[in-house]
Design a protein around this ligand. Sequence first.
Ligand code: SAM
Length: 228
Amino acid sequence: MSRSGKNPNERLKTAKGRSASSVRWLSRQLNDPYVKQARAEGWRSRAAFKLIDLDEKFGLLRGAKRVVDLGIAPGGWSQVVRKKAPAAAVVGIDLLPTDPIEGVTIFEMDFMADEAPQALTDALDGPPDLVISDMAANTVGHKQTDHLRTMGLVETAVDFAIQTLAPGGAFVAKVFAGGTDGELLTILKKNFTTVKHAKPPSSRKDSSEWYVIAQGFKGRADEAAQDS
Ligand SMILES: C[S@@+](CC[C@H](N)C(=O)[O-])C[C@H]1O[C@@H](n2cnc3c(N)ncnc32)[C@H](O)[C@@H]1O
């Protein structure tokens, strides 16, 4: 072991033929304890620990019956859902292929496609009580464009959650740069009893990602009108 506590064999010895950013990424992966732990415990992604952390703090998966996983690939979050809430029906969607997970219906589809919301809700036998989104737009390197594209995904995920969640349900989404934009936050606060932001310990310190956690869905206005 070196004085830094890292195994020197796991350091990259040569950068030949690799760009500086890919060397940095690979080096970070090889030295990341969460990557090692994910591999050892059979999670498909280190992201699994973020949902584990968020669940420990907010009790999201306790009693969950129907869960929608937006941006499911490679499947770490859905694995966590199935482990912590084995009775839950899960449906997920991603642009990328995801290897099958027992008990999970998976769509390889753009969540922004018109037919996506219907496909997701049709796969469940009732309204979801939890919608989780770890979606992130592929970055193009132009800061403003990247921010807008990711916010577009979050906004659509919020709309979907508000249209589909069962009363009392919860919504979790990855957001960037410290939190949710003003207008989106107003919508969330109007529709949920509590809205909080958290950065799980497993989220990389140098990443600007945060998560918004909205719990206690108040129900759709049209439903409330029907009930009265
Ligand atoms: C950080 S990864 C999700 C990791 C996942 N939570 C896990 O634990 O394995 C983000 C995913 O969002 C997906 N994504 C981005 N935009 C999307 C879109 N418009 N529709 C569906 N998936 C999308 C990406 O393809 C990527 O797989």
